[in-house]
Write a protein that binds this ligand. Structure first.
Ligand SMILES: [Zn+2]
Ligand SMILES: [Zn+2]
Length: 151
């Protein structure tokens, strides 16, 4: 049922206590400009959606996590604070995946920024280069990902 793995990439946190091998099903990733991702990352979350079962973690005991909204949790390395993943905890089309920040990959080249969500919440001081990406507003996301009644 899940898409075939086209490539495996290794990655890890800043201090190296947490490492992973991720089986990618595509080479596209997205940017999230929502207020929570902005605060969590300090900018925007540049995340690649990877089926949870495709990620093999090493040093899992160093991973801390927290339910950060009614529909999602975020995880980080408890030793160095690097953000490790975002995961939806309700049933919607994102369920069963983790969102891995592409900056964790040892080699983050050769990937395409394919979509930006909460584009209407992006700070006006910067914009990613290029065109042709799929853009979604906060309202688009609330409707598409069943986040009604939430932030
Ligand atoms: Zn670490
Ligand atoms: Zn976000």
């Amino acid at each position: 049922m899940s898409a075939p793995v086209i490539e495996k990439r290794e990655g890890g946190c800043l201090c190296g206590a947490v490492r992973f091998t991720a089986g990618l099903t595509k080479r596209e990733f997205g940017a999230c400009h929502c207020e929570m991702c902005r605060r969590w990352t300090g900018s925007a979350l540049l995340g690649m959606t990877v089926p949870e079962g495709n990620v093999d973690w090493v040093g899992e005991e160093h991973i801390a996590s927290r339910q950060t909204s009614p529909w999602a949790m975020r995880a980080w390395c408890r030793e160095c604070g690097s953000n490790l993943y975002y995961k939806v905890t309700i049933q919607n089309e994102w369920s069963g995946n983790v969102e891995l920040p592409i900056g964790l990959f040892d080699d983050a080249n050769g990937l395409t920024l394919a979509n930006e969500i909460y584009i209407d919440h992006k700070p006006d001081s910067f914009a990613y280069a290029g065109e042709g990406r799929k853009l979604m507003t906060r309202q688009d996301c609330i409707e598409k990902f069943s986040l009604l009644g939430t932030a």
